[in-house]
Design a protein around this ligand. Structure first.
Ligand SMILES: NC(=O)c1ccc[n+]([C@@H]2O[C@H](COP(=O)([O-])OP(=O)(O)OC[C@H]3O[C@@H](n4cnc5c(N)ncnc54)[C@H](OP(=O)(O)O)[C@@H]3O)[C@@H](O)[C@H]2O)c1
Length: 241
């Protein structure tokens, strides 16, 4: 996958990592970047087309599908993270609505366009998908669920030529992590790491120094081997055969 001359859609494109992904896609020669935002957005580059897009709103998702002529790369970046302690079911539902069902709804809606282009979906997840951060457990649950979604869609849509990637990022210096005392990378450097990983065809992208230390053990680890073994069941290959 080469970003040059592609059409890219980024959700949550108005600030933080989403905004940096828009700029990085432009820098790498994307011919068109659809910037999904909840509030109106203006951009000086003529290649950027703003889309009003709350990923929890099925009507707005459908309107976006109708406005996008063709699409090569869908980046599900929009996300929420709120402090909680799992006592409030509404907090869990709020995280799932955006981080899981938003990603699911966008992916399903753009599947026909991505099938036509033999394109890619990039789901921006977190290291919290692999091990929960107990200060934000509802967020961690939603990212773990979105990681499982990513792995299943990867297996289900491989035959259509659509690749599905997970970004397992460490801390990023954005509004989301403002109060957290963790190592953080700039959104610009993480955006570079994500699109570089996509261009290299990495299924799991570890785009920053704190996540990169996980990459080797993840790619050669038991969980990845099991994912491949289970995915092979779709092709009628028996496990262990
Ligand atoms: N920051 C970190 O440390 C970190 C680490 C690992 C992964 N991530 C992931 O990186 C992604 C981007 O986060 P960020 O750090 O850039 O956070 P951010 O600065 O808080 O930005 C979040 C973005 O998501 C948008 N958004 C929230 N709910 C939405 C909805 N229902 N529909 C559409 N857009 C919505 C926001 O739009 P509004 O401006 O309208 O609210 C905003 O553009 C998220 O998926 C996050 O989980 C972040």
């Amino acid at each position: 996958m080469n970003i040059t001359n592609t059409a890219v859609l980024v959700t949550g494109a108005n600030r933080g990592l989403g905004r940096a992904l828009v700029e990085e896609a432009l820098r790498r020669g994307a011919k068109q970047v659809y910037a999904g935002t909840r509030k109106p957005l203006a951009h000086s580059d003529r290649r950027v087309t703003p889309l009003t897009l709350d990923v929890t709103n099925a009507v707005q998702i459908q309107e976006a599908v109708e406005k996008v002529e063709s699409l090569d790369i869908l980046i599900n970046n929009a996300g929420v993270a709120l402090y909680d302690d799992l006592t409030d079911r509404a907090a869990l539902e709020q995280h799932l609505a955006v981080n899981l069902f938003g990603t699911h709804g966008m992916s399903q809606a753009f599947l026909p366009a991505l099938t036509r282009s033999r394109g890619a979906i990039v789901n921006v997840l977190s290291l919290a998908a692999l091990a929960p951060l107990p200060i934000i457990p509802a967020y961690s649950i939603s990212k773990a669920a979105a990681f499982s979604l990513t792995q299943s869609l990867r297996a289900l849509w491989a035959a259509r030529g659509v690749s599905v990637h997970a970004v397992l990022a460490g801390g990023i210096d954005t509004d989301m992590s403002r109060g957290a005392y963790i190592p953080k990378s700039s959104p610009e450097s993480v955006a570079r790491g994500i699109l570089e990983g996509l261009e290299n065809g990495e299924e799991e992208i570890f785009p920053d120094p704190s996540s990169a230390s996980m990459a080797e053990s993840w790619h050669s680890g038991a969980a990845k081997a099991l994912e491949r073994e289970f995915a092979a069941l779709l092709n009628g290959t028996a496990v262990g055969a």
